[in-house]
Design a protein around this ligand. Structure first.
Ligand code: F6P
Length: 541
């Protein structure tokens, strides 16, 4: 039984555009922002790098290649104060129902807090212990002899029940149990599940059905197909080979799953990798390292909760996002992790940021007179350099880029010292490339021929991790979560609902019924001509 702490009588927040600081920022933009030149700023201020470099747990951030100076950050900090970002943050940590359109608390931070330090601690730690014990048992089975041996873990889930665990398992591959292969199935396209089923055998496979609601069409369809395949290929023990992570234990039981790890309505799907949804991560890296992941996130939570605005990295990054979106009017941001193992980070961040802040009304339902979530996109460097960096350097739009660098290499392969040195050199090449791209974007180049000229003055942020390991990954993800919180708080929107996914879901169900009906003649008349024509063509009518 969970109870939600009472709401504060009113959230002490003011929509950003209604604060004096917003108007002051507008003036600052006209006076110093519009014509800001990074090259001049560096020449003017030898202390710029030091003044715009920030330390947060596990993450060093160089903001000096952004179109800001200390004065801009002061104006932005004032905007945060006047908007009540800190009050909303404190309300979140305290468990107030700040997800106002769903009247829910927002407590993913409680999932990584030490015992007794956050709301619902007893329930959180009971599930955590049970889940980590199960993870260790699964890892032990990977070391067992056949037929007990476990070789494959198949996570079936979508959105937050896929992207977080998938991103983290991939990011932490260097720490994963070597005897286990992890598969992530999300798409309702049967090709996704079929291609995995073709590579696994029932007796050596564990299926994790991950769905907060246990009502999601894609996940239920894939789970049903997996179950049918399992039974048709000699599998008998659904109870041993199917496990669920869900807040809807009854629905999982109806599916035939007896072992369920629960979580709660105050964990948003895109904030759920710290909960039972993180089970594949725990199986991959083991209980101790999963705790390190949580500890890294918790360290960032404390930084976000306690550091003054001017030194608070998630807050500053969220405020710079507002500066770019609403004053410079940049429409997108590019994520460039210079780490192949972070290849799913951009996809993960797309859901985190765009599902959270892709809203056009404030929490009271009033239409917003300004833009909200940018388009977030990206690919790992250096691959991205050979695809779309052309546009970043010379295209007509300015796109702030986020470089994520990892100082120490983690790649290893069998062989001798020569192989190790070759890999070490590749890591130096990787870092040099990341640094060079940020430098080129900022510095630009004047050439006689226009098509060889680079305008420069293109902003970027560099986030530097010492090494990619559970603790630093936890801190990095929490940094992004709180940054998204910050811009959403300034914009006055509910960053924790996702009503925008509902309309298409409903229409999809109705169209499925039409695709499956014997005849669609009467129904065709009731939908728009374009969809009706496509439907008729697909039906072969
Ligand atoms: O459709 C959007 C969404 O609700 C996401 O917010 C969520 O992460 C995803 O679907 C999956 O939901 P569930 O975990 O309930 O299957």
């Amino acid at each position: 039984m969970t109870t939600t702490p009472a709401a504060p009588s009113a959230l002490a927040t003011t929509r950003g555009d209604r604060t004096p600081a917003w108007a002051a920022l507008g003036g600052h933009y006209e006076a110093h922002g519009r014509a800001f030149d990074l090259r001049e700023a560096f020449a003017r201020d030898p202390g710029r790098v030091a003044a715009l470099s920030f330390e947060a747990p596990e993450v060093f951030a160089d903001l000096s290649k952004n179109l800001v100076d200390i004065a801009t950050l002061h104006f932005l900090a004032e905007l945060a104060r006047e908007s009540g970002v800190e009050a909303l943050r404190d309300a979140m940590f305290a468990g107030a129902p700040i997800n106002s359109t769903e009247n829910r608390a927002v407590l993913h931070t409680a999932l990584r807090a030490p015992p007794g330090e956050a709301p619902f601690s007893a329930q959180v730690h009971a599930v955590l212990e049970a889940m980590l014990e199960f993870a260790e048992t699964a890892r032990a089975r990977a070391d067992a002899a056949p037929p007990a041996r476990l070789r494959h873990v198949v996570n079936i889930g979508i959105g937050g029940s896929d992207l977080g665990p998938q991103m983290a398992v991939r990011a932490l591959a260097a720490f994963a149990h070597p005897g286990l292969t992890f598969h992530f199935v999300a798409n309702v396209d049967g090709d996704d599940i079929a291609s995995v089923l073709a590579r696994v055998a029932p007796d050596e496979t564990l299926f994790l059905i991950a769905s907060k609601t246990f009502t999601t069409q894609e996940t239920l369809a894939n789970a049903a197909t997996a179950k049918a395949w399992f039974l048709a290929n000699g599998g008998t023990r659904i109870d041993e080979h199917f496990v669920a992570a869900t807040s809807n234990v009854d629905a999982a039981a109806r599916f035939g799953i007896t072992r369920t790890f629960g979580f709660w309505d105050w964990v948003g799907g895109r904030y759920s990798l710290w909960s039972a949804i993180g089970l594949p991560i725990a199986i991959a890296i083991g209980a101790a390292r999963f705790r390190e992941l949580l500890a890294g996130a918790h360290a960032m939570d404390r930084h976000f909760a306690q550091a003054p605005i001017e030194a608070n990295l998630p807050l500053l990054l969220g405020l710079v996002d507002v500066w770019y979106r609403n004053f410079h009017r940049f429409a997108s941001r590019c994520i460039a992790p210079y780490a192949q193992s972070l290849q799913r980070l951009p996809a993960y961040l797309q859901q985190l940021e765009m599902e959270s802040n892709g809203k056009r009304v404030d929490r009271n339902g009033a239409a917003l007179p300004f833009a909200t979530s940018p388009v977030v996109w990206g690919e790992p460097g250096t691959n991205a350099q050979h695809a779309y960096f052309q546009m970043l350097h010379q295209g007509s739009d300015v796109v702030p880029v986020e470089f994520i660098l990892v100082r120490e290499a983690s790649a290893s392969a069998g062989g001798d010292e020569g192989v190790a040195e070759a890999l070490a050199r590749q890591h130096r090449m990787l870092l040099a490339n990341g640094l060079a791209q940020a430098q080129a974007l900022m510095a630009g180049r004047v050439a006689a021929e226009p098509h060889r000229s680079f305008p420069g003055n293109r902003p970027s942020t560099t986030l530097l991790l010492e090494r990619l390991e559970p603790r630093s990954l936890g801190a990095l993800i929490a940094l992004y979560e709180h940054r998204v919180f910050t811009s959403g708080a300034v914009w006055g929107i509910d960053s924790f609902d996702q009503w925008g996914v509902e309309l298409g879901k409903g229409l999809g169900n109705a169209l499925l019924a039409r695709l499956e009906a014997a005849t669609d003649a009467p129904a065709l008349a009731t939908i728009d001509p374009s969809t009706a024509a496509l439907l008729a063509r697909i039906r072969g009518g």
